[in-house]
Design a protein around this ligand. Structure first.
Ligand SMILES: [Zn+2]
Length: 82
């Protein structure tokens, strides 16, 4: 969940974790902690046709959620280009 200070800037001041309510600071458009950002567009074959859901989770809530998975998420390293 993102809250904006000024409507015209559209630069979020902070992010609130939907899982636990933790406030995560955002500086220069960058979250200061790990955040999972989800935006899901439900399509025709789902029971939520046309619905768009979005939420943010802090790293702790992400870890708690993925620990419940029967199959853990795939992981790999980002290759950074300088
Ligand atoms: Zn959280």
């Amino acid at each position: 969940m993102r809250e904006y200070k000024k409507e015209e800037t559209k630069a979020s001041e902070h992010i609130i974790c939907n899982g636990c309510g933790k406030v995560i600071a955002v500086k220069h458009g960058m979250p200061m902690e790990g955040v999972l950002r989800v935006r899901q567009v439900w399509e025709y074959m789902s029971g939520k046709d046309g619905q768009v859901d979005s939420f943010d989770l802090c790293e702790e809530c992400y870890d708690r959620m993925t620990k419940q998975f029967r199959i853990p998420p795939a992981t790999s390293e980002v290759i950074e280009f300088v």
